[in-house]
Design a protein around this ligand. Sequence first.
Ligand code: SF4
Length: 283
Amino acid sequence: MTRKILTFVILFFISSIDLYFPLFSYILNMKGVAMKANIHSFESFGTVDGPGIRFVIFFKGCPLRCQYCHNPDTWDRAEHHLFTIDELFEEIMKYKSYIVPDGGVTASGGEPLLQIEFIIALFERLKKFNIHTAVDTSGITFQPNSVESIRLHEKLAEVTDLFLLDIKHIDNEAHQRLTGVENKNILAFARFLSKHHKKIWIRHVLIPHITLDEAALIGLREFIQELDTVERVEVLPYHTLGTMKYKKMGLKYPLEGIQPPTREEVEYAKGLLEIKERKEEKK
Ligand code: SF4
C-alpha cells in the first residue's frame, strides 16, 4: 500500500514538474523555450474573441490581403516584439484571475497560424493550467495534401478548445478578388475541424456589394450545414475604422466609398444564414 502511494506521488511529481520548476521546464521543453513569437500587440480584456474575458495575442504576419482589413499594420513579418514561451506565459498569468474560469486566451493576428509551432507549445502549457484556448484564424495555413501540415494542425487541435474561423467569401473567385488567395484550403480546414470534433465559431464580414449577396450567403449557409461542430455563426458588419492606418502607411484603401451595411441589411444576412434557428438547434 505504502509502495503504491509512493509510486503515485513520484508519478504525479514527474508529470507536473515543469509547472513548478522553471529549470526543469527549460530542460524538458527546450524547443518551446528556444522558440520566439513575433507579436504585434496584446489585448488583456478582450470580450469578443471567444467566451468570457480573453487575453488576446495579435501575432504578426498575414499572407492574405483582405480589402476590408482594419489591421494592415499586422501584415508584414518584420520582427516587432519577440517573446519566448516563458515570457508570454508570464505575461498571461498576470491576468489569470480575470480569464479563469470563464474566459481564456485567444491567438489572433494577422494570421496566428503562421507561427503554429509556437502556439502549440504555448497552448500545451496553458492546458496544464486548465486555461481555455482559442484560435482566430483564416485557416489559410492548412494544406490538405501535406502530411506535415496535417500533423501540425492535428497537434494544434489537441490543445485548442475553440476555433474562430473567418470565412471571407464562399465563392472561390470572389474570395480571390477580396483576399488575394483561393478559399479551397480554408474550406478544407473547416471540414478537417468538423471531422476532428473541434468546436467552431464561423465569422463572416458583411460588406455591401461584395459579401452582401443572396446567392453567396445561401451558399455559405449550405456549406456550414455540412459541418457538425459549428456552435455559432457571427455576421460582422464591415466598418471603416481602419482607413486611417492605410493613410498612415501610405496605402490606398481598397474599399473607398463603400459604406457599412445598414441594420436591416445585417438582419437580412442573418436571416439567410439562419443564425437564430441554428443557435436554437444546437441548444
Ligand atoms: S486575414 Fe485578417 S489580418 Fe489578414 S488581411 Fe484578412 S482581415 Fe487582415
